[in-house]
Design a protein around this ligand. Structure first.
Ligand code: FAD
Length: 472
């Protein structure tokens, strides 16, 4: 049953100045972007809160995978981050407004609904689509915090290429499709991959399980659980317990990768919307309506069963169409007029070419590769941001445009270089890089600060500005 919600107190002056959006979409995975494309094409000018650090990254879970082979329209497969870049470009092309932040709170007690972002902005909206997906689970083993990003990772695809894992013994925990995919993927880098499985069977699809069992570089440890990480500065062993006998053993591994499922990102609406016993949003069967009028759900956040890119996209479409109908029915839709019926084409983005003696330019804000790094490190008197990436790292994809924006805003006061750790592993090794993305800030040939993972743009800008480098 869909409940109706009272209208907000019209005498609340604090809200009087805030414009009311037609539709806010929370989350930028396949569900969110598909909803945005449909709503934008319906001239609703939807506003999307892309997410930043809470509950995943902008672009969602497909940013953490390599080849997506089952999304229709790409006969040769497509890289997950590239697919999401294309969805984003399509949503933007039709007029979606993006807010690159997390939704911190959402008040659904009265209409219009009120959302506050992690940047402190308050947004009022007539309708909401929740597309917040699901987040990777952690095991919570002893010394997990100590070895997090020092051997333990929740994303083999993002971190597998780091030098510390090369030709080393590695372990993956889990028995589903993700665990199997990650185990196979890690055989590219490790000398051997140990798959730690709680039971005596794999939950993965038969095809995926067969690939694992036939791979001589993967050894499956059945009926085992991980108790503890051991080591000094970096993980060197894990302690395993045999669940049938209770005996424990140590396994020498330099990497431990979790692939143990996901939890739906519903904490924003806990106590406000109906959730099932596992925390997934409950919608009308086969439909996107939640337990409150004007609030819709799409994708993994409301789907404990199918959890695929295409099912998320399909339900994003349903949610946008349902929101459009609801807005029209209540005469709330404020249609936005387009200047031209056909918006400009999104076009393809070209990757940055690696710099060499022929194309290096000391004034270019963003360059790529070891040559540019050496030249700028030795010859430039400007702060230098070095970002270490790997080709399949989704978070790197998210971070790079943010860093480029910072450098643009600083108008040449600092420069940036990207090092692909797969192309230049010795540079990454020398720099002590333990995962991607890693960013190092150098000034006067000295390391000033280092960050790991996706951070707010303002952190980099503040750190560079604090160095007091003069304007060019
Ligand atoms: C390793 C891996 C490989 C996969 N491979 C495939 C594949 O080959 N084919 C396939 O079809 N599916 C695949 N999947 C599954 C697929 O990725 C998911 O089903 C799909 O991404 C779900 O889409 P979604 O839009 O519902 O949510 P997600 O992709 O999880 O996106 C959720 C979004 O919500 C945002 N968010 C969360 N909390 C907040 C908040 N408080 N404020 C603002 N934003 C927030 C996140 O930042 C993110 O942008 C794979 C998944 C994984 C993990």
């Amino acid at each position: 049953m869909v409940a109706s919600v009272s209208l907000a107190d019209p005498s609340d002056d604090s809200l009087a100045e805030t414009p009311i959006e037609n539709l806010v979409i929370v989350g930028s995975g396949p569900a969110g972007y598909t909803a945005a494309i449909y709503a934008a094409r319906a001239n609703l000018a939807p506003l999307m809160i892309t997410g930043f650090q809470r509950g995943g990254i902008p672009g969602g879970q497909l940013m953490t995978t390599t080849h997506v082979e089952n999304y229709p329209g790409f006969p040769d497969g497509i890289l997950g981050p590239e697919l999401m870049d294309r969805c984003k470009a399509q949503a933007l092309r039709w007029g979606t407004k993006l807010v690159e932040a997390d939704a911190e709170s959402l008040d659904l007690s009265s209409r219009p609904y009120r959302l506050v972002t992690s940047e402190g902005e308050t947004i009022m909206t007539h309708s909401v689509i929740l597309a917040t997906g699901a987040s990777a689970n952690r095991l919570g083993i002893i010394q997990e915090e100590r070895f997090w990003s020092r051997g333990i990772s929740a994303c083999a695809i993002c971190d597998g290429a780091t030098p510390q894992f090369r030709k080393e013994q590695l372990a993956v925990v889990g028995g589903g499709d993700s665990a199997c995919e990650e185990a196979v993927y890690l055989t590219k880098y490790g000398s051997q991959v140990h798959l730690i499985v709680r039971n005596d069977t794999l939950r993965a699809s038969a095809a995926m399980a067969d690939r694992v069992l036939a791979n001589p570089a993967i050894r499956v440890h059945w009926n085992r659980e991980v108790l503890e990480g051991l080591g000094e500065d970096w993980l060197s062993h894990i302690r395993l317990r045999d669940r049938t006998t209770g005996s424990t053993e140590e396994l020498a591994v330099r990497g431990l990768f979790y692939a143990i499922g996901h939890t739906p990102n519903t904490e924003l609406v806990q106590g406000q919307l109906e959730l099932d016993e596992r925390g997934y949003l409950v919608t009308r069967p086969g439909r996107p309506e939640t337990s409150l009028e004007g609030v819709f759900a799409s994708g993994d956040v409301a789907d404990s069963e199918w959890r695929q890119g295409i099912t998320a996209a399909g339900s994003g479409c349903q949610a946008a169409l349902a929101a459009e109908r609801w807005l029209s029915h209540h005469q709330l839709a404020r249609q936005v007029e387009r200047l031209s019926i056909e918006p400009e084409l999104a076009g393809e983005t070209q990757p940055t070419a690696t710099s060499d003696a022929n194309n290096f330019d000391a004034a270019t804000l963003w360059q790529k590769g070891g040559y540019a790094l050496r030249k700028l490190y030795h010859d430039s008197n400007k702060p230098l941001l070095v970002v270490y990436t790997s080709p399949s790292c989704g978070p790197c994809h998210v971070l790079k445009p943010q860093l480029k924006r910072v450098l643009n805003e600083l108008e040449g006061r600092a420069l940036g270089v990207e090092i692909d750790i797969e192309a230049d592993p010795e540079i990454a090794q020398q720099a002590g890089v333990t995962g991607t993305p890693t960013v190092q800030l150098f000034f006067n040939k000295e390391l000033q600060q280092q960050w790991q993972g996706v951070k707010q743009r303002s952190e980099f800008k503040t750190a560079i500005e604090a160095l007091g480098a003069p304007r060019p």
